[in-house]
Design a protein around this ligand. Sequence first.
Ligand code: NDP
Ligand code: GDR
Length: 356
Amino acid sequence: MTAKTALIIGVTGQDGAYLSELLLNKGYIVHGLKRRSSSFNTARIDHLYQDPHDDDVRFRLHFGDLTDATNLCRVVQEVQPDEIYNLGAQSHVQVSFETPEYTANSDALGTLRLLEAMRIMKIEKTCRFYQASTSELFGKSVEAPQSEKTPFYPRSPYAAAKLYAYWITVNYREAYGFHASNGILFNHESPMRGETFVTRKITRAVAAIELGFQDKLRLGNLDAKRDWGHARDYVEGMWRIVQHETPDDFVLATGETHTVREFVEKAFGNVGKEIEWSGAGVDEIGYDRKSGKELIEIDPRYFRPTEVELLLGNPEKAREALGWKHTISFEELVSEMVESDMRNMMREEGRNDLYG
Ligand code: NDP
Ligand code: GDR
């Protein structure tokens, strides 16, 4: 049997890296779209790099951007993929309030451009399409847990752009018979998570404070609730969605929710620190019970103009139809992230005495 070929948009991101690994292990030939940048942006996939001059190269990168339609057409034509995973996006919710037009261009219109590239290149009957949809679509929904049937109520330019991407994917499925599916994924994290998302910001700060490089961690809304899973589990779910005989839309979630505050407590707990809280609102302080040292402060800069207070997913449909279930618990996720950041920071400092 000939190997399947996948094209991953957003290959340099957290999910792109995990998905590349998964597909290569399954025997795929993987092509990825990466953006030109003035500094290296391939750290997450450097371990997968293969010299393009070698024989039997199974992992290749192409320059490109979701805002560039002709480029997408050319890459799709060159690669002739069996499966396209659209993971590319300006994916930071708070940043989307500052760059709403760019976010709409890449996240909403970018998805349209990719679907059109498939149509123009006439591969819509042979190539399957995955769209990285998000629990942010539920936004201010009053229903919980949230499932495929829960009405959407986006609360940010990011979520509004992803709403368009969700519906244009459904529309191309219905209008042109695309095998196009949405994975409505709840938050998923890992040691490869971008440093400005709250989980990674916390685990990096825990390591930096523990090793004496940082005094304080400044955060926004501590009471937001998220359904946090591990990216490794979620890319397996993406692949299963694409393998499903009929294209459809699926929620991937753990079915458990935790506050940002709980994540902070758990992460500091991993280095033996017990956090106590005092004060309220922007004056709230988190301090180390043993030493009394103030470690967490509220910074209003991190509050969003409109917040998503509660995300809790119902992954029942994915469990029944795809046999998918998360395998990595909240506790394991937090421990893995803290340990990895301790290791990274020790390595940067050339110290091997802890976590060697
Ligand atoms: P990341 O932010 O880690 O990665 C995003 C990727 O998209 C990067 O490779 C980035 O490139 C690329 N990208 C950004 N803008 C463009 C553009 N204009 N053209 C082409 N590529 C672009 O996100 P994640 O890996 O965490 O998430 C993957 C996808 O899943 C995203 O679409 C995200 O919105 C969505 N999602 C994520 C969830 C999560 O919890 N992680 C949950 C639900 C949905 P570069 O490296 O150069 O910046
Ligand atoms: P989110 O992730 O907005 O859910 O989007 P993020 O980690 O940025 O925020 C989660 C919650 O934490 C609160 N918060 C802070 N957030 C950040 N980034 N920095 C802080 O200092 C801070 N303090 C508190 C936020 O207000 C929020 O409530 C992620 C992205 O991966 C999206 O692309 C994806 O679609 C959704 O998850 C599902």
